[in-house]
Ligand binder design. Structure first.
Ligand SMILES: *[C@@H]1O[C@H](CO)[C@@H](O)[C@H](O)[C@H]1NC(C)=O
Ligand SMILES: *[C@@H]1O[C@H](CO)[C@@H](O)[C@H](O)[C@H]1NC(C)=O
Ligand SMILES: *[C@@H]1O[C@H](CO)[C@@H](O)[C@H](O)[C@H]1NC(C)=O
Length: 300
Protein backbone atom coordinates (compact mmCIF):
# COMPACT_ATOMS: atom_id res chain seq x y z
CA UNK A 1 0.00 0.00 0.00
CA UNK A 2 2.74 2.42 1.00
CA UNK A 3 4.68 1.48 -2.13
CA UNK A 4 1.63 2.13 -4.33
CA UNK A 5 1.11 5.45 -2.61
CA UNK A 6 4.67 6.51 -3.28
CA UNK A 7 4.48 5.38 -6.89
CA UNK A 8 1.27 7.35 -7.48
CA UNK A 9 2.76 10.44 -5.86
CA UNK A 10 5.72 10.21 -8.20
CA UNK A 11 3.49 9.84 -11.27
CA UNK A 12 1.33 12.80 -10.24
CA UNK A 13 4.44 14.90 -9.59
CA UNK A 14 5.69 13.82 -13.02
CA UNK A 15 2.44 14.92 -14.68
CA UNK A 16 2.62 18.30 -12.91
CA UNK A 17 6.18 18.71 -14.06
CA UNK A 18 5.19 17.92 -17.67
CA UNK A 19 2.47 20.57 -17.55
CA UNK A 20 4.86 23.14 -16.16
CA UNK A 21 7.44 22.48 -18.90
CA UNK A 22 4.79 22.62 -21.61
CA UNK A 23 3.59 26.00 -20.28
CA UNK A 24 7.13 27.39 -20.50
CA UNK A 25 7.56 26.12 -24.07
CA UNK A 26 4.15 27.29 -25.15
CA UNK A 27 4.82 30.86 -24.06
CA UNK A 28 7.71 31.01 -26.55
CA UNK A 29 6.24 28.96 -29.35
CA UNK A 30 2.53 28.23 -29.71
CA UNK A 31 3.17 25.94 -32.66
CA UNK A 32 4.16 23.33 -30.11
CA UNK A 33 0.44 22.43 -29.83
CA UNK A 34 -0.10 21.33 -33.47
CA UNK A 35 3.39 19.82 -33.58
CA UNK A 36 2.77 17.56 -30.58
CA UNK A 37 -0.68 16.62 -31.89
CA UNK A 38 0.83 15.46 -35.16
CA UNK A 39 3.63 13.66 -33.34
CA UNK A 40 1.14 11.80 -31.15
CA UNK A 41 -1.02 10.87 -34.14
CA UNK A 42 2.06 9.64 -36.04
CA UNK A 43 3.01 7.54 -33.03
CA UNK A 44 -0.36 6.08 -32.04
CA UNK A 45 -1.63 5.15 -35.50
CA UNK A 46 1.52 3.24 -36.39
CA UNK A 47 2.09 0.19 -34.13
CA UNK A 48 0.24 1.92 -31.25
CA UNK A 49 1.12 4.59 -28.65
CA UNK A 50 4.53 3.12 -27.86
CA UNK A 51 6.90 6.04 -28.56
CA UNK A 52 8.13 4.24 -31.69
CA UNK A 53 8.12 7.60 -33.48
CA UNK A 54 10.77 8.92 -31.06
CA UNK A 55 13.44 6.30 -31.77
CA UNK A 56 16.33 7.42 -33.94
CA UNK A 57 17.99 5.34 -36.64
CA UNK A 58 18.37 5.29 -40.40
CA UNK A 59 15.53 2.79 -40.70
CA UNK A 60 13.24 4.20 -37.99
CA UNK A 61 9.68 5.51 -38.41
CA UNK A 62 11.01 9.04 -38.19
CA UNK A 63 12.70 8.51 -41.55
CA UNK A 64 9.50 7.60 -43.43
CA UNK A 65 8.47 10.20 -46.04
CA UNK A 66 5.08 10.71 -44.33
CA UNK A 67 6.91 11.89 -41.22
CA UNK A 68 8.88 14.60 -42.95
CA UNK A 69 8.87 17.83 -40.95
CA UNK A 70 7.70 16.32 -37.67
CA UNK A 71 8.50 18.50 -34.66
CA UNK A 72 8.15 18.48 -30.90
CA UNK A 73 11.00 16.07 -30.17
CA UNK A 74 12.97 18.68 -28.25
CA UNK A 75 10.37 19.27 -25.57
CA UNK A 76 9.86 15.53 -25.05
CA UNK A 77 13.63 15.08 -24.58
CA UNK A 78 13.85 17.97 -22.19
CA UNK A 79 11.02 16.62 -20.03
CA UNK A 80 12.49 13.12 -20.09
CA UNK A 81 15.95 14.23 -18.96
CA UNK A 82 14.61 16.00 -15.89
CA UNK A 83 12.14 13.24 -14.99
CA UNK A 84 14.90 10.63 -15.16
CA UNK A 85 17.01 12.71 -12.80
CA UNK A 86 14.19 13.08 -10.31
CA UNK A 87 12.49 9.70 -10.48
CA UNK A 88 14.28 7.31 -12.83
CA UNK A 89 12.40 4.61 -14.69
CA UNK A 90 8.87 5.69 -13.81
CA UNK A 91 7.34 7.76 -16.62
CA UNK A 92 7.67 6.28 -20.12
CA UNK A 93 8.30 8.31 -23.25
CA UNK A 94 4.90 7.20 -24.56
CA UNK A 95 3.23 8.65 -21.44
CA UNK A 96 5.24 11.87 -21.68
CA UNK A 97 4.13 12.32 -25.29
CA UNK A 98 0.47 11.80 -24.33
CA UNK A 99 0.62 14.11 -21.30
CA UNK A 100 2.53 16.87 -23.09
CA UNK A 101 0.15 16.82 -26.08
CA UNK A 102 -2.88 17.00 -23.82
CA UNK A 103 -1.39 19.98 -21.96
CA UNK A 104 -0.29 21.85 -25.11
CA UNK A 105 -3.64 21.55 -26.89
CA UNK A 106 -5.35 22.55 -23.66
CA UNK A 107 -3.33 25.77 -23.62
CA UNK A 108 -4.40 26.32 -27.26
CA UNK A 109 -8.10 26.10 -26.30
CA UNK A 110 -8.98 22.40 -26.22
CA UNK A 111 -10.46 20.83 -23.08
CA UNK A 112 -8.20 18.94 -20.74
CA UNK A 113 -8.98 15.24 -20.42
CA UNK A 114 -7.67 12.42 -18.23
CA UNK A 115 -4.57 10.69 -19.57
CA UNK A 116 -4.10 7.35 -17.87
CA UNK A 117 -0.44 6.50 -17.52
CA UNK A 118 1.36 3.17 -17.51
CA UNK A 119 2.20 2.88 -21.20
CA UNK A 120 5.56 1.28 -21.93
CA UNK A 121 7.98 2.12 -24.71
CA UNK A 122 8.66 -0.22 -27.61
CA UNK A 123 12.07 -1.66 -28.42
CA UNK A 124 12.18 -1.19 -32.18
CA UNK A 125 10.93 1.10 -34.90
CA UNK A 126 10.77 0.38 -38.63
CA UNK A 127 9.93 2.88 -41.34
CA UNK A 128 8.32 0.11 -43.41
CA UNK A 129 5.49 -0.04 -40.87
CA UNK A 130 4.51 3.60 -41.49
CA UNK A 131 1.21 3.50 -43.37
CA UNK A 132 -0.10 7.00 -42.51
CA UNK A 133 -2.43 8.03 -45.34
CA UNK A 134 -1.78 10.95 -47.66
CA UNK A 135 -4.05 14.00 -47.14
CA UNK A 136 -5.52 13.46 -50.60
CA UNK A 137 -6.81 9.93 -50.11
CA UNK A 138 -10.43 9.14 -50.65
CA UNK A 139 -12.88 9.25 -47.81
CA UNK A 140 -13.49 5.51 -47.87
CA UNK A 141 -9.79 4.78 -47.59
CA UNK A 142 -9.43 7.24 -44.71
CA UNK A 143 -12.43 5.69 -42.96
CA UNK A 144 -11.14 2.16 -43.25
CA UNK A 145 -7.78 3.33 -41.92
CA UNK A 146 -9.38 4.79 -38.80
CA UNK A 147 -11.60 1.71 -38.37
CA UNK A 148 -8.53 -0.53 -38.51
CA UNK A 149 -7.31 1.30 -35.39
CA UNK A 150 -10.61 0.85 -33.54
CA UNK A 151 -11.84 4.40 -34.15
CA UNK A 152 -15.22 5.27 -35.66
CA UNK A 153 -16.60 7.89 -38.00
CA UNK A 154 -17.23 10.35 -35.15
CA UNK A 155 -13.62 9.98 -33.98
CA UNK A 156 -12.36 10.61 -37.47
CA UNK A 157 -14.52 13.69 -38.04
CA UNK A 158 -13.44 14.95 -34.61
CA UNK A 159 -9.72 14.27 -34.90
CA UNK A 160 -9.63 15.93 -38.32
CA UNK A 161 -10.55 19.03 -36.33
CA UNK A 162 -6.91 18.98 -35.17
CA UNK A 163 -6.39 20.79 -38.48
CA UNK A 164 -7.90 23.79 -36.77
CA UNK A 165 -4.24 24.72 -36.15
CA UNK A 166 -0.81 24.10 -37.60
CA UNK A 167 0.72 24.21 -41.05
CA UNK A 168 1.19 21.90 -43.99
CA UNK A 169 3.37 21.83 -47.09
CA UNK A 170 2.09 23.10 -50.43
CA UNK A 171 2.99 19.74 -51.93
CA UNK A 172 -0.08 18.34 -50.17
CA UNK A 173 -2.31 21.02 -51.68
CA UNK A 174 -1.05 21.67 -55.22
CA UNK A 175 -3.01 18.84 -56.80
CA UNK A 176 -6.22 20.45 -55.51
CA UNK A 177 -5.17 23.78 -56.98
CA UNK A 178 -3.96 22.76 -60.42
CA UNK A 179 -4.76 19.19 -61.33
CA UNK A 180 -7.10 17.47 -58.96
CA UNK A 181 -7.07 13.70 -59.35
CA UNK A 182 -5.04 14.19 -62.56
CA UNK A 183 -7.91 15.99 -64.29
CA UNK A 184 -5.82 19.05 -65.20
CA UNK A 185 -8.41 21.17 -63.33
CA UNK A 186 -8.68 22.42 -59.74
CA UNK A 187 -10.72 20.49 -57.21
CA UNK A 188 -14.41 21.23 -57.89
CA UNK A 189 -15.02 21.25 -54.14
CA UNK A 190 -12.91 24.33 -53.39
CA UNK A 191 -14.43 27.79 -53.10
CA UNK A 192 -13.26 29.78 -56.16
CA UNK A 193 -12.06 32.81 -54.26
CA UNK A 194 -10.18 30.68 -51.72
CA UNK A 195 -8.62 28.83 -54.64
CA UNK A 196 -7.01 32.03 -55.93
CA UNK A 197 -5.79 32.88 -52.42
CA UNK A 198 -4.18 29.47 -52.05
CA UNK A 199 -2.72 29.51 -55.55
CA UNK A 200 -0.80 32.67 -54.68
CA UNK A 201 0.78 30.94 -51.71
CA UNK A 202 1.39 27.66 -53.52
CA UNK A 203 2.69 28.10 -57.06
CA UNK A 204 2.64 25.01 -59.27
CA UNK A 205 5.76 22.95 -58.78
CA UNK A 206 7.58 22.48 -62.01
CA UNK A 207 11.17 21.78 -61.14
CA UNK A 208 12.57 19.35 -58.64
CA UNK A 209 14.35 21.10 -55.80
CA UNK A 210 11.99 24.08 -55.88
CA UNK A 211 11.06 25.09 -52.35
CA UNK A 212 7.93 23.64 -50.82
CA UNK A 213 6.30 26.49 -48.88
CA UNK A 214 4.29 26.02 -45.70
CA UNK A 215 0.68 27.19 -45.45
CA UNK A 216 -1.69 27.39 -42.51
CA UNK A 217 -4.16 24.54 -42.31
CA UNK A 218 -6.68 26.99 -40.92
CA UNK A 219 -6.01 30.57 -42.04
CA UNK A 220 -8.52 31.82 -39.42
CA UNK A 221 -6.26 30.53 -36.68
CA UNK A 222 -3.02 31.32 -38.49
CA UNK A 223 0.07 32.00 -36.44
CA UNK A 224 -2.00 32.01 -33.25
CA UNK A 225 -2.42 28.25 -33.60
CA UNK A 226 -5.59 28.41 -31.58
CA UNK A 227 -7.94 25.51 -31.16
CA UNK A 228 -11.41 26.63 -32.28
CA UNK A 229 -14.35 25.25 -34.25
CA UNK A 230 -13.70 27.57 -37.20
CA UNK A 231 -12.21 24.56 -39.00
CA UNK A 232 -15.75 23.18 -39.40
CA UNK A 233 -17.24 26.51 -40.49
CA UNK A 234 -14.55 26.75 -43.13
CA UNK A 235 -15.30 23.23 -44.33
CA UNK A 236 -18.99 24.13 -44.64
CA UNK A 237 -17.98 27.14 -46.79
CA UNK A 238 -15.83 24.93 -49.05
CA UNK A 239 -12.66 26.54 -47.69
CA UNK A 240 -10.73 23.56 -46.38
CA UNK A 241 -7.06 23.47 -47.25
CA UNK A 242 -6.76 19.69 -47.50
CA UNK A 243 -8.96 17.47 -49.63
CA UNK A 244 -9.49 15.01 -46.79
CA UNK A 245 -10.95 17.84 -44.66
CA UNK A 246 -13.29 19.01 -47.41
CA UNK A 247 -14.54 15.48 -47.83
CA UNK A 248 -16.28 15.82 -44.47
CA UNK A 249 -19.12 17.33 -46.49
CA UNK A 250 -19.49 14.52 -48.99
CA UNK A 251 -21.00 12.04 -46.62
CA UNK A 252 -24.24 12.58 -44.69
CA UNK A 253 -22.89 11.45 -41.31
CA UNK A 254 -19.84 13.65 -41.29
CA UNK A 255 -21.65 16.59 -42.86
CA UNK A 256 -24.09 16.48 -39.96
CA UNK A 257 -21.20 16.26 -37.47
CA UNK A 258 -19.48 19.24 -39.11
CA UNK A 259 -22.68 21.27 -38.87
CA UNK A 260 -23.03 20.36 -35.22
CA UNK A 261 -19.42 21.24 -34.36
CA UNK A 262 -19.56 24.44 -36.35
CA UNK A 263 -22.65 25.47 -34.37
CA UNK A 264 -21.36 24.35 -30.97
CA UNK A 265 -17.74 24.65 -29.88
CA UNK A 266 -18.72 22.84 -26.68
CA UNK A 267 -19.88 19.77 -28.61
CA UNK A 268 -16.61 19.73 -30.54
CA UNK A 269 -14.59 20.11 -27.33
CA UNK A 270 -16.39 17.23 -25.61
CA UNK A 271 -16.00 14.96 -28.60
CA UNK A 272 -12.34 15.94 -28.96
CA UNK A 273 -11.57 14.92 -25.37
CA UNK A 274 -13.16 11.49 -25.92
CA UNK A 275 -11.50 10.83 -29.27
CA UNK A 276 -8.09 11.92 -27.99
CA UNK A 277 -8.43 9.50 -25.08
CA UNK A 278 -9.31 6.74 -27.53
CA UNK A 279 -6.37 7.58 -29.76
CA UNK A 280 -4.06 7.56 -26.73
CA UNK A 281 -5.12 4.00 -25.94
CA UNK A 282 -4.42 2.41 -29.32
CA UNK A 283 -2.32 -0.75 -28.83
CA UNK A 284 -0.48 0.37 -25.72
CA UNK A 285 2.23 -1.81 -24.22
CA UNK A 286 1.74 -2.67 -20.54
CA UNK A 287 3.18 -4.76 -17.70
CA UNK A 288 6.36 -6.52 -18.88
CA UNK A 289 6.07 -5.52 -22.50
CA UNK A 290 8.69 -3.15 -23.88
CA UNK A 291 10.56 -0.98 -21.40
CA UNK A 292 10.71 2.49 -19.88
CA UNK A 293 13.36 4.21 -21.94
CA UNK A 294 15.96 6.32 -20.20
CA UNK A 295 16.49 8.32 -23.41
CA UNK A 296 13.47 8.66 -25.71
CA UNK A 297 15.65 8.54 -28.82
CA UNK A 298 17.14 5.10 -28.17
CA UNK A 299 16.25 1.85 -26.43
CA UNK A 300 18.01 1.10 -23.16
C1 LIG B 1 -10.41 10.07 -59.43
O1 LIG B 1 -10.46 9.49 -60.72
C2 LIG B 1 -10.81 8.13 -60.72
C3 LIG B 1 -10.70 7.61 -62.16
O2 LIG B 1 -10.70 8.60 -63.09
C4 LIG B 1 -12.24 8.00 -60.18
O3 LIG B 1 -12.62 6.65 -60.18
C5 LIG B 1 -12.26 8.55 -58.77
O4 LIG B 1 -13.56 8.50 -58.24
C6 LIG B 1 -11.75 9.97 -58.73
N1 LIG B 1 -11.64 10.39 -57.34
C7 LIG B 1 -12.16 11.53 -56.88
C8 LIG B 1 -11.93 11.81 -55.43
O5 LIG B 1 -12.76 12.31 -57.58
C1 LIG C 1 -4.42 36.27 -33.09
O1 LIG C 1 -4.83 36.67 -31.81
C2 LIG C 1 -4.90 38.10 -31.65
C3 LIG C 1 -5.19 38.40 -30.20
O2 LIG C 1 -5.97 37.43 -29.61
C4 LIG C 1 -5.96 38.63 -32.61
O3 LIG C 1 -6.04 40.04 -32.49
C5 LIG C 1 -5.58 38.26 -34.04
O4 LIG C 1 -6.60 38.65 -34.92
C6 LIG C 1 -5.40 36.76 -34.14
N1 LIG C 1 -4.92 36.44 -35.47
C7 LIG C 1 -5.46 35.48 -36.21
C8 LIG C 1 -4.85 35.23 -37.54
O5 LIG C 1 -6.41 34.85 -35.81
C1 LIG D 1 -19.94 24.04 -51.48
O1 LIG D 1 -19.83 23.25 -52.65
C2 LIG D 1 -20.99 22.48 -52.92
C3 LIG D 1 -20.74 21.61 -54.14
O2 LIG D 1 -19.43 21.54 -54.52
C4 LIG D 1 -22.18 23.37 -53.15
O3 LIG D 1 -23.33 22.59 -53.36
C5 LIG D 1 -22.36 24.27 -51.93
O4 LIG D 1 -23.42 25.20 -52.18
C6 LIG D 1 -21.09 25.02 -51.62
N1 LIG D 1 -21.26 25.75 -50.37
C7 LIG D 1 -20.93 27.03 -50.22
C8 LIG D 1 -21.23 27.65 -48.88
O5 LIG D 1 -20.41 27.68 -51.11
Amino acid sequence: MVMIQIFLTVVVAGANFVRHQVEIFYKNDRSIAPKLLRLLYSDCFVTGCDASILLEGSNSERMAPQNRGLGGFVIIDKIKIVLEQRCPGVVSCADILNLATRDAVHLAGAPSYPVFTGRRDCLTSDKQTVDLPSPSISWDQAMSYFKSRGLNVLDMATLLGSHSMGRTHCSYVVDRLYSFNKTGKPSPTMNKYFLTVMAKQCPPRTRKGQTDPLVYLNPDSGSNHSFTNSFYSRTLSNKSVLEVDQQLLYNDDTKRISEEFSASFEDFRKSFALSMSKMGSINVLTKNEGEIRRDCRRRN
